[in-house]
Design a protein. Structure first.
Length: 310
C-alpha cells in the first residue's frame, strides 16, 4: 500500500495542517485557517480510522479500494481514492469515536467554501474551539498526548476548549501566543542577540515617530500613548478615548494597541483591559495637564507572566 495512506502519513499531515491553521488565524487569514483546519480534521480522522482497520478509509463507490487497502490488489496511484472529510467523520460517529457536533460540521463546510474562495471570514474566526475540541477527542482515542501534536500551541489550544474561562480571555491568550511566536519566528536563523537588540533599540524609533500626543479623531477627544506589549514586551503604540470629564480633568481609557514588532493588535477597551495593558506617556511628550489615564484593570485580567508560560 502507498506510504501516503499510512497512519504515520495522515497523522503527521494532520499535525502540520493544524499548526498552520492556528498560525493563519493569528495573521487574520481566516479563510486559510478554515481550509487548513478542515484538512487537519480530515487527516486525523483518517488516521483514527486506519488505526482500527485500514479499509475504513476506502471510498465506497470504488470496490477495488477495499482490496487495495487490504493488501491484495495493486492499483495505479492516480486511481487511489479515499473517503472525504464528511464521510470520515460520519464513520467515526457511527463507531462512537465522535459525537454529533454542528460546529464541526460547519467548520468542514467552511473548509470546502475556503477551497472555492467563498468562506465568510467572520464565521471562520470563531472556529478555534470546534477544531481544538475535535482534535483533542481524536488524540484521546489514539492515546496520543496533546503536546506531541500541538507542540508550542498546546496551552492556548487547551484554553480554547476551556469553557470555564471568559471568551475574551481565551481569545486574548491565543492571540498573545500567536503574536509571540510570530515575533520569535522573525529572528529564526539570525545571530544571537539580534532580538534583544531590537527590543532595546525600538523605543527610540517610537519616540522619534510619536514624540507628541496628537488628537486622533474629530468627533471625540483622543490621544496616542505607549505601553509594554503583552506579547513580545516591546514598546507598542496605544490609543486612548475620553471616558469621564470634570471642569478640570479629562479621564482617558486605553481602547487600542498596535505593536509593530510582533503585529499584535487589540481593539476596544475590553480586549485592552483583558490583557492588562497600562498606557503611559513617552518622556518629553507634550500632554495636556488636564488629561489623566484611567488606572487599574478589572479582576480576571490575563496575567502576562502566565501567558508567557503558555
Amino acid at each position: 500500500m502507498d506510504d501516503s495512506l499510512s497512519f504515520e502519513s495522515f497523522f503527521e499531515g494532520a499535525k502540520k495542517a493544524a499548526q498552520r491553521a492556528i498560525d493563519d488565524h493569528g495573521r487574520g487569514e481566516y479563510d486559510e485557517f478554515a481550509l487548513h483546519a478542515g484538512v487537519a480534521v480530515e487527516r486525523l480522522a483518517k488516521a483514527v480510522l486506519i488505526s482500527k482497520n485500514p479499509i475504513y478509509i476506502a471510498e465506497i463507490r470504488n470496490a477495488d479500494m477495499l482490496l487495495y487497502l487490504g493488501g491484495h490488489l495493486q492499483m495505479d496511484e492516480e486511481k487511489v481514492r479515499t473517503v472525504g472529510a464528511k464521510d470520515a467523520i460520519a464513520r467515526l460517529r457511527k463507531i462512537r469515536v465522535l459525537q454529533a457536533d454542528p460546529q464541526l460540521d460547519l467548520l468542514i463546510e467552511m473548509r470546502n467554501g475556503a477551497a472555492h474562495a467563498s468562506t465568510a471570514s467572520s464565521q471562520a474566526k470563531g472556529m478555534i474551539s470546534p477544531l481544538a475540541r475535535t482534535i483533542e477527542t481524536l488524540l484521546g482515542d489514539l492515546d496520543k498526548p496533546l503536546d506531541t501534536f500541538w507542540e508550542r500551541w498546546t496551552e492556548p489550544v487547551k484554553a480554547a476548549v476551556d469553557e470555564r474561562e471568559d471568551q475574551v480571555l481565551r481569545d486574548m491568550q491565543l492571540r498573545i501566543t500567536q503574536a509571540r511566536h510570530r515575533f520569535d519566528d522573525r529572528f529564526t536563523g539570525l545571530p544571537k542577540g539580534v532580538k534583544e537588540r531590537a527590543l532595546r533599540e525600538y523605543p527610540a524609533h517610537v519616540q522619534t515617530a510619536w514624540g507628541i500626543a496628537v488628537p486622533l479623531r474629530d468627533d471625540a477627544p483622543g490621544l496616542m500613548a505607549v505601553a509594554d506589549c503583552p506579547a513580545c514586551s516591546g514598546l507598542a503604540l496605544t490609543t486612548l478615548q475620553a471616558t469621564a470629564q470634570s471642569d478640570t480633568t479629562l479621564v482617558m481609557s486605553t481602547d487600542g494597541l498596535s505593536c509593530e514588532l510582533c503585529s499584535l493588535k487589540l481593539s476596544g477597551v475590553e480586549e485592552v483591559q483583558a490583557c492588562g495593558v497600562q498606557s503611559r506617556w513617552l518622556p518629553g511628550t507634550a500632554v495636556p495637564a488636564s488629561v489623566a489615564i484611567e488606572s487599574g484593570t478589572p479582576p480576571g485580567q490575563l496575567d502576562h507572566d502566565e501567558a508567557e508560560e503558555g
